[in-house]
Design a protein. Structure first.
Length: 362
């Protein structure tokens, strides 16, 4: 690709200023629904989605020959920010942050909002929520350690919480933290709050988003069935679960990748290494979730429950048994689309009212 081959489809007030920004603009336009994008426009606000983000990261990897993590587009969500990352002296895979922390918004004051990864380990789920925070609020994502090359995933929620808190302690005082976790991430955020309280420095707030309390008596879900439900089913793949169950782990990865690419649900840029990590992380985290038991917590917890979600009355009772200060907020949506472009504003309205104003909860 050469500069003279690039289309000029931009607004005069938001033009690329460097060759890197111009190349990035061309890549973004190939994966956005519109025919123009400025260097300061948010990729997701401009109509991008998670699969488009994967394709963009893959194209950037090939163009610049860099080790760019999938979380880079959550950090550099505008052309200008991603170009600054690429043009900097640091390798984009090593942003200078501790290994699990992903900067989502650079604020000028306190508090610091921390989004803890769900079952799959990534933080792109929170892209719409992060963009709705007040501009002066700092925001970090916590992604699973196992997503990084050669890193061994944590095997239980307490060890995750301990590791994440250690990394956060180097960048933010615990009393300034607002912890948020969706689904599995809600359990991890709660464990982090419990540990901080036990150490005498509770967080400023905790929110768990449609996080059901695990039933430890439930049988362990088979790897193939779990991956189909969390990957294949979510992507709408036509797969035979019994066939998947008969495959060893390495062939299971290949089968999912091949089906995803052939059926148009996964871009080739995802790569076998990244999907292999997901194949490993999902079952590990699912087992960590299954055996987890809520410890006690004296502070308030805001439980945001989707109307069509996974938090039933048993889960509400369990939350309130462990944490009498649990406040339940009901919002529209189901579990999988709770943080979508359409439903995220209702979630942020709850968090904004509770943390930055006044809100009603039952």
């Amino acid at each position: 690709m050469s500069l003279r081959d690039l289309p000029v489809r931009i607004r005069d007030s938001d033009e690329p200023r460097t060759p890197t920004e111009l190349l990035l603009q061309s890549i973004w336009l190939a994966h956005l629904p519109g025919n123009s994008v400025g260097v300061h426009e948010d990729f997701f606000a401009a109509g991008g989605n998670s699969l488009g983000a994967v394709r963009v990261v893959g194209a950037v990897r090939r163009q610049w020959e860099v080790r760019l993590p999938l979380s880079a587009l959550a950090q550099g969500h505008t052309i200008a920010r991603l170009a600054a990352l690429l043009d900097g002296e640091q390798d984009p895979a090593e942003t200078g942050q501790p290994s699990c922390l992903v900067p989502l918004q650079t604020g000028t004051g306190s508090p610091t909002v921390v989004f803890v990864h769900p079952l799959g380990g990534g933080v792109l789920w929170y892209r719409f929520l992060a963009r709705m925070l007040p501009q002066d609020v700092r925001c970090l994502g916590v992604q699973a350690l196992g997503l990084r090359p050669e890193a061994e995933p944590h095997r239980d929620i307490p060890s995750m919480a301990e590791h994440y808190l250690k990394e956060l302690s180097s960048v933010c005082p615990p009393g300034e933290l607002l912890l948020v976790g969706y689904s599995f991430g809600g359990l991890v955020a709660y464990e982090m709050a419990h540990r901080l309280e036990r150490e005498g420095s509770p967080p400023r707030g905790v929110a768990v988003l449609d996080a059901a309390v695990p039933d430890g008596d439930a049988p362990t879900t088979g790897r193939a069935r779990l991956l189909w439900s969390l990957v294949g089913h979510a992507l709408g793949l036509d797969l035979d679960v019994e066939e998947l169950a008969s495959l060893p782990a390495e062939q299971l990865t290949e089968r999912l990748l091949k089906a995803g690419i052939e059926q148009g649900a996964l871009p080739e840029e995802l790569g076998r290494e990244q999907l292999a990590r997901l194949v490993e992380i999902y079952p590990v985290n699912a087992e960590a979730e299954r055996v987890y038991r809520l410890p006690s917590y004296d502070g308030p917890v805001d439980l945001v429950r989707a109307a069509g979600g996974r938090v039933d009355e048993r889960s509400v009772a369990a939350w309130r048994s462990a944490c009498p200060g649990t406040r339940v907020h009901d919002v529209t949506g189901d579990h999988l689309d709770l943080l979508s472009r359409e439903n995220a504003p209702a979630v942020m309205a709850v968090l904004g009212a509770v943390w930055f104003g006044s809100g009603d909860a039952r």
